[in-house]
Design a protein around this ligand. Structure first.
Ligand code: NAD
Ligand code: GLY
Length: 367
């Protein structure tokens, strides 16, 4: 093999003292031997799934071998509904069968499902082994591969079992987005829009101007959206790694979104679709509380629609909505906490009056 050198668009850092790590964003990273030579360990357990393995496993495996490392593939079934304890156990079983020790590195090759599950396995296998993220969806490149939240789902609640565990490297190879279905690209745009809406109005305005370039996979536009998203997320995580306050803003749209995912059954709506719709619901609630103007709400809704995301939620029934939102990790003392916009580009974290929440649920859902 003659390795293709990477074109690195951006090299960022998540600054967390001794747990700091680089995020490398660029083209052809998967074939860059020198980049992968730098990851810890000689034995690399590559956790991926049945969709991503035929696309990228051989390429990565060849690169790891050329870098003097042994690749141990672990291929799981695909889908949000597979982010569960059965597949977590399947990772542990494969690691034990292969006699993997504490020096074995776990590398996640895939989207957020593989990244979250592999991260949790890395946090707990032999009480913690090195972890590397190679995100291959837009959503994973702009959000889930950065920040160290790892988890599996429980039938009663999304991401309820997990740990904070930071990777040691993140390699976001933008080439891999070429094979991503359009629906998955749109799902990733939800988290990009979220970053603008909560903290960076200039980025939000840039997204309003460039949303169709992003959907057309314009190389420069995507590279910028990934870089800016990672910068924003890295800075929030730097300030509040374990979500004692500020980091909760990254859950804008997720209180409603997680309820949609669990309520419909994992995998029915994509995570990004549920977040996109959840953001329109949180914006509706923000307007009802006088935090956001109707014109700002309309701008957010138009951008979410233009990204190809749903803006009307399924009607789960009010009691079921409340039941699902009551197991959200942000809640305190039985009160549901919401991330609201106050105004567009900044947030307020608050409990809300029951009648206002009820009005939003009725306004934003369809049977
Ligand atoms: P996903 O991992 O299910 O990937 C989406 C689909 O694309 C899957 O079918 C996958 O196999 C396929 N795929 C992956 N890469 C591909 C490629 N390059 N070409 C073609 N197909 C490809 O979903 P996702 O949207 O990446 O991630 C969603 C998950 O991320 C959710 O479980 C969510 O809870 C989690 N998440 C975690 C964090 C965090 O901070 N840890 C943040 C946001 C979301
Ligand atoms: N996606 C939410 C967080 O990382 O905090």
């Amino acid at each position: 093999m003659s390795p293709i050198p990477a074109t690195v668009f951006a090299r960022l850092s998540v600054d967390l003292g001794e747990r700091s790590y680089p995020i490398i964003i660029g083209d052809h990273l998967l074939t860059d031997v020198e980049l992968f030579r730098g990851i810890p360990g000689q034995r690399i357990a590559v956790v991926t799934n049945t969709v991503v393995a035929p696309l990228y496993l051989e390429r990565l495996s060849a690169t790891l071998n050329a870098a003097g490392k042994q690749c141990i593939p672990i291929v799981l079934p695909d889908g949000e509904e597979e982010k569960n304890v059965t597949n977590l156990m399947a990772i542990f079983t494969a690691l034990l069968e292969q006699k993997c020790d504490r020096k074995t590195t776990l590398l996640a090759l895939g989207g957020g499902v593989i990244g979250d599950m592999t991260g949790f396995a890395a946090a707990t296998y032999m009480r913690g082994v090195p972890f590397v993220q190679v995100p291959t969806t837009l959503l994973a490149q702009v959000d889930s591969s950065v920040g160290g939240k790892t988890a599996i789902n429980h039938p009663l609640g999304k991401n309820m079992i997990g740990a904070f565990y930071q990777p040691q490297w993140v390699f976001a190879d933008t080439d891999t987005l070429a094979t991503l279905p359009d629906r998955e690209l749109s799902a990733g745009l939800a988290e990009v829009i979220k970053h603008g809406a909560i903290i960076d109005i200039e980025f939000f305005e840039w997204l309003e101007r460039n949303i169709y370039a992003l959907r057309a996979r314009d190389r420069e536009a995507l590279a910028y959206a990934i870089r800016r998203s990672c910068e924003i997320k890295a800075e929030v995580v730097r300030q509040d790694e374990r979500e004692s306050g500020l980091r909760a803003i990254l859950n804008f749209g997720h209180t409603f979104g997680h309820a949609i995912e669990a309520g419909l059954g994992y995998g029915e709506w994509l995570h990004g679709e549920a977040v996109g719709c959840g953001m329109t619901m949180a914006a509706d609630l923000s307007v009802r509380l006088g935090y956001l103007s109707a014109s700002e709400q309309a701008r957010l809704q138009s951008l979410i629609k233009a990204a190809g995301l749903p803006t009307v939620a399924p009607d789960l029934g009010e009691l079921r909505w409340l039941d699902l939102m009551e197991v959200d990790k942000k809640n305190e003392g039985g009160q549901i906490k919401f991330i609201l916009l106050k105004p567009l580009g900044s947030t307020s974290i608050t409990a809300v009056p029951a009648d206002q929440l009820s009005a939003t649920l009725h306004a934003c859902t369809r049977a």
